[in-house]
Design a protein around this ligand. Structure first.
Ligand SMILES: Cc1cc2nc3c(=O)[nH]c(=O)nc-3n(C[C@H](O)[C@H](O)[C@H](O)COP(=O)(O)OP(=O)(O)OC[C@H]3O[C@@H](n4cnc5c(N)ncnc54)[C@H](O)[C@@H]3O)c2cc1C
Length: 239
């Protein structure tokens, strides 16, 4: 299927301490291309809490803010103090947190029509002597419960609200663990992770996502909604 467009490798990778108004807190200004897991680990080693969950999340700081990545009861947005962007007209703008909105895997950047890119993010983190130990616990649990090291895009579906079960539990209860289409497979370890077992095409993966959605809908009357975003010109990510 391929992608008929421009792919940008973001190398805006820096971490600097900045001054902030709240004494005792630490303010880091971080380039949007900095690996989120690397910064999450560094901040905990430095003795600051708030981004313990980031250790297991691949991707960049910019992607984490755009998606409001989260896990283990924490979300990126809890720690965002300000965000610097560049618009499609090349204008630089800085938003402080009072002018930003976030929700479950949602940020206002997803609806900003003139956004070209998030350039840097200033995080405000609280001193914590327990952050590194907590982070190691989260990482150990992730290794136990998720197919770490296998090729996936993370959680495929958002957890539906008000049904009492996560997307992964619903997929598992629909008997889809291990189900495969070509080289794409529902993980045996965590049913909301779909694995490329080596030879998956994007068509296999799209077909697998479609079948799983249908099965869960037939069995429970629940329409799962993707957390992943489609970049193919043939598919639109749901808002
Ligand atoms: C193994 C695995 C585990 C994961 N676990 C979690 C988890 O626990 N919790 C969670 O929330 N997510 C998780 N994810 C999903 C994903 O890693 C996060 O959402 C991540 O933060 C996305 O960052 P990215 O840089 O990879 O962005 P991409 O996936 O490349 O992009 C995501 C979106 O953000 C936009 N974007 C990226 N960078 C910028 C920028 N600089 N400016 C403007 N827009 C930008 C892209 O255009 C795209 O629309 C996981 C993924 C994997 C593969």
């Amino acid at each position: 299927m391929g992608f008929d467009g421009c792919v940008i490798l973001n190398r805006i990778d820096f971490v600097e301490n900045t001054d902030g108004e709240q004494l005792g807190d630490c303010y880091y200004r971080v380039g949007s291309g900095c690996p989120f897991n690397r910064f999450g680990i560094q901040s905990c080693i430095d003795g600051f809490g708030g981004l313990e969950f980031a250790a297991g999340i691949p991707g960049t700081v910019g992607g984490a803010v755009y998606m409001n990545a989260g896990a283990d009861g924490q979300e990126t947005s809890d720690t965002v103090n300000s965000v610097e962007i560049v618009t499609i007209d090349g204008e630089r703008r800085v938003f402080d947190r009072n002018n930003l909105a976030f929700g479950y895997r949602w940020s206002c950047f997803q609806e900003m029509e003139d956004l070209a890119a998030i350039v840097s993010v200033t995080f405000r983190l609280k001193a914590s002597s327990l952050s590194r130990a907590r982070q190691q616990d989260y990482m150990a649990r992730r290794r136990l419960l998720q197919p770490v090291g296998e090729r996936s895009a993370g959680s495929v579906f958002r957890n539906p609200s008000g049904v009492g079960f996560s997307a992964g539990e619903l997929i598992e209860k629909a008997g889809m663990k291990g189900f495969r289409v070509g080289g794409a497979k529902v993980s045996d370890k965590h049913a909301n992770f779909f694995i490329n077992s080596g030879s998956s095409t994007s068509r296999d993966m799209l077909e697998l996502i479609h079948i799983v959605k249908e099965k869960v809908n037939q069995k429970f009357g629940i329409q799962l909604v993707e957390e992943i975003r489609y970049i193919s010109p043939y598919h639109q990510s749901p808002r």
